[in-house]
Design a protein around this ligand. Structure first.
Ligand SMILES: [Zn+2]
Ligand SMILES: [Zn+2]
Length: 385
């Protein structure tokens, strides 16, 4: 049986000039072992060349290696270019950079958000062109941040809150959200002890780690919670991307100050972005509830079905059931998520959803059961009224 290729592999394949999968595999192994950025060999490659690569662990290794290889290539190019052409300051949302596919976009996210700030895998102290204020916020030094802000006139404050910096064109609000990773510098396995010491010394070793307090203060002062960067990423997206104990606090603060949970994150709605990112981390699942309570919705029908499927396969039943309310099926389409058959045969118990066959209904029963019961009770109440 033919193995379906992960679209990410297809994206990465464009980077290699190999005549067979064996060649690709050994090249990647070599690169991986030596762990060095490799100068770009952008190349011709056909899917058919690796169709006999069927074992999933081998494909897994290749994806892992290609991630390193591709990111390292792109990072080297980008770092060089930014040294020669530092980004200009601006004061509005940048034009969103377009990628040829969702896979390419997700592979670029870590690269773009990290490459010119301290802690980057490929450029550990970042670039020196960020302002002192940005670093106060990034490193969580509330005292210095506050001193700086207090001295500003009303007009300068307004301008400061809109200033865009760095390659991703971040506004100040992004700094503390992304800078939370500095609190957890010990977890950055790609940094040596010396790298870590050097990064700490960038702030004289006396970081206050008060990023979340800075975030709140910025919002109070009028920072735009819906600003976006060149990837189309908003503060909410970054809160999910940099996941720590305080993620729920960051998300709820942003929502409270007017962050729109229905601003998309380029190829995904915020809802899908969170559902995907948090799937393997039960400690963050309550954030999904939080988003739903702020009426977060999928971008379109196709995405709604992807979210439903993700929930049914990765989350506990209660989440899959809740998500159905935010992601309903089309009228007259079988209620089972993966079934696209059109039908008018209603669930006899509630008359609320339709199923194409008893088989589909049976397979879907565990997800529909709680809603079915609720609908029956509602109907009984109406009839008694
Ligand atoms: Zn069906
Ligand atoms: Zn029913």
């Amino acid at each position: 049986m033919a193995t379906a290729l992960d679209p990410l592999i297809v994206e990465y394949l464009k980077m290699f000039n190999c005549s067979s999968c064996e060649e690709l595999f050994s090249k990647l192994k070599k690169i991986h072992t030596e762990h060095k950025p490799v100068e770009g060999e952008h190349v011709r490659f056909s899917i058919h060349d690796i169709k006999h690569l069927s074992t999933s662990d081998r494909i897994g290794t290749i994806i892992g290696d290609m991630n390193i290889y591709w990111s390292a290539n792109k990072a080297a190019e980008l770092i060089k270019d930014l040294r020669e052409n530092p980004p200009k300051k601006s004061f509005e949302n940048p034009v969103v950079q377009q990628y040829s596919s969702e896979a390419e976009y997700s592979a670029m996210t870590p690269l773009i958000t990290n490459v010119d700030l301290p802690g980057s895998k490929y450029n550990f102290v970042g670039h020196g062109y960020y302002t002192e204020l940005f670093f106060h916020m990034f490193f969580g030094n509330y005292s210095d941040f506050n001193e700086h802000m207090k001295k500003l006139s009303k007009q300068d404050l307004k301008k400061t809150l809109k200033t865009r910096e760095g390659y991703p064109q971040f506004s100040p609000l992004f700094a503390p959200i992304i800078g939370r990773r500095m609190i957890h510098i010990e977890r950055m396995s790609w940094l040596t002890e010396q790298n870590k010491r050097d990064i700490r010394m960038m702030y004289h070793g006396s970081n206050e780690n008060r990023q979340v307090k800075i975030l709140e203060k910025l919002l109070k002062l009028g920072a735009d919670p819906n600003a976006h960067d060149i990837l189309g990423g908003t503060p909410l997206c970054y809160a999910a991307y940099f996941r720590y104990d305080d993620t729920e606090k960051v998300v709820s603060t942003l929502l409270r100050y007017g962050a729109n949970p229905n601003n998309s994150c380029q190829y995904n709605s915020i809802l899908r972005f969170f559902c995907n990112t948090l799937a393997s981390f039960p400690e963050y699942w309550s954030i999904i509830d939080l988003l739903l309570s702020y009426n977060a919705k999928p971008m379109d029908y196709e995405e709604a079905m992807k979210i439903r499927y993700k929930m049914e396969t990765n989350y506990p039943l209660e989440y899959a059931v809740k998500l159905r309310e935010a992601c309903p099926k089309k009228k007259n389409e079988c209620e089972r998520t993966v079934c696209k058959v059109s039908t008018v045969k209603q669930c006899k118990a509630c008359d609320f959803v339709v199923y194409c066959t008893p088989a589909c209904q049976k397979l879907d029963w565990k997800f529909h059961k709680p809603t079915c019961k609720k609908k029956r009770e509602e109907k009984a109440l109406e009839n008694n009224a």
